[in-house]
Design a protein around this ligand. Sequence first.
Ligand code: MG
Length: 240
Amino acid sequence: MIRYIAFDADDTLWENEPYFRETEGNFIHMLAPNSDYNEEELKELMFHYIVKNVPLYGYGTRSLMLSLMGFCNQYATKNLSEMIDKTIALGQKQLLKPVVLLPHVRETLEHLSKQYKLLMITKGDLMEQQRKIKESGIDHLFEHIRVLEEKDEKSYADFFNEVGINILEVVMVGNSYKSDVLPIEALGGNAVFIPYKSTWAFEHADKKESDLIHERNNITEVPVLIKALQQEEKCVSPSL
Ligand SMILES: [Mg+2]
């Protein structure tokens, strides 16, 4: 019996990835004339530099700022101090971006919250995520909101254990196959993959065939899917 619908937050409930791409684009544009590399080369080098730092710095804008400053220091051939200042300004601008809910999120959550308990499970920088959660104006709809450091099988299992929720009663909805879909499926829960227009290459994962994995284009399709999953369960176990 499905009782809980869990949602990823960034690029599932609100815009996030475009802000990172914009900051990185502005950064590369600023750095290229002050380095021996062109924009394309820097973009590639920057991606690997940022990903290498994830285990140390984690996710989020402040981690990005740290990485970009280190990158600047490594690849700039002139105007370093000025570019470090500009990098900090780019990061601060991103930290203050408004929280913009994706289309149909609010009404879909309001609708689902009448029948199910909603969970928000996101990852990243605690302070940054908390600001977004507070500003989103939808935080009151969730039974539990959790910011995890990483979204893998262990961290999900620990979270569900801690709050006393059986994963078999959960459907997780998110835009990252790697973080929102595969670990939940591995734990035996249902996962709904809703791809977003842009996904960080680091979050890429090969797709898997599984009865527990469902792909939909839009959050508005989630209530119908959940109804169908409930029906299926009733057919499998008619005594319930
Ligand atoms: Mg996401």
